[in-house]
Design a protein around this ligand. Structure first.
Ligand SMILES: Nc1ncnc2c1ncn2[C@@H]1O[C@H](COP(=O)(O)OP(=O)(O)OP(=O)(O)O)[C@@H](O)[C@H]1O
Length: 252
């Protein structure tokens, strides 16, 4: 379980995330929504460790990780798809995923011979590429992939790292409509496993409706609503938070 308690960050006098207490459970996909500037990405940054909290706590499987650096949190099971910053641009798609498989593989593989170890890593990397419908681009140098394919590659890398918690910040932003279903399918497949905790920041309400078990609404850095999708989408607080049309803006 991932949990934040009174999580707060101030920039100058402004609380971008303001006392957010929330628990996220395995097998549940929670969509975090709210208008532009509500604090969604900042909340993600506080959880994954890109930003240090002014006050409050972050706990992962009961352990207080509030002051740990981002790489330590990642090793403890927090997985976040970063907007393309995780890719080695000069390596192929397969090499990028294979490195992630390798980073994640324990000593079990050392028992295998060198050749079979190499093959096993490549096979597993290919399976992750196939999961995001990118197997046919395995040999392409990452920098030459389309934006949509690069985003899919990031998801494949995240799959290879096998985190307990998957954090997706607008995973389909900037993608062509043809690329979107593959990413949504893979997120749905992660959810179907039932043992992963999934957080999704998403502006597109059709995506939220399709995937979310629960919706948390942030507004001015505060958690203003939390509940089942049908209830939250119909609620006054969400209608008010979205006045100005942020709900269908699809950017951020
Ligand atoms: N490093 C920073 N320094 C100062 N202010 C910041 C910083 N990061 C975020 N903010 C402010 O915190 C608030 C929340 O921003 P954040 O990007 O988290 O919102 P968001 O809900 O993700 O918005 P969007 O939907 O547009 O991505 C904004 O007012 C933003 O200007």
């Amino acid at each position: 379980m991932l949990e934040t308690e009174g999580l707060t960050i101030r920039f100058g006098g402004h609380a971008a995330v303001d006392g957010v207490s929330c628990a996220f459970h395995p097998g549940t996909l929670t969509a975090i929504v709210g208008p532009n500037g509500a604090g969604k990405t900042t909340y993600f940054n506080l959880i994954s460790g890109q930003l240090a909290a002014t006050s409050g706590r972050v706990r992962l499987k009961g352990r207080d990780i509030t002051t740990l650096a981002a790489p330590r949190r990642a090793r403890l099971g927090l997985g976040r798809a970063f907007q393309l910053t995780n890719l080695f641009p000069n390596l192929t798609a397969l090499e990028n995923v294979r490195l992630a498989v390798q980073a994640n593989s324990g000593r079990v593989l050392d028992l295998l011979g060198r050749a079979s170890r190499h093959r096993d890593l490549a096979d597993r990397a290919m399976a992750h590429l196939a999961a995001v419908a990118l197997a046919d681009r395995a040999a392409a140098v990452s920098a030459t992939l389309s934006h949509g394919d690069q985003r899919k590659l990031e998801v494949a890398i995240l799959l290879a790292l096998e985190p307990d918690v998957f954090m997706f910040d607008e995973p389909t932003a900037g993608m062509s409509v043809d690329d979107v279903p593959a990413v949504l399918d893979v997120i749905a497949a992660i959810k179907a496993r039932g043992d992963k905790t999934i957080l999704l920041v998403e502006h597109k309400m059709d995506v939220v409706r399709a995937l979310a078990d629960r919706i948390v609404v942030l507004h001015h850095g505060q958690l203003v609503a939390d509940g089942p999708p049908a209830e939250i989408i119909a609620s006054d607080v969400v209608r008010e938070a979205y006045l100005g049309g942020a709900a269908e803006a699809g950017h951020g």
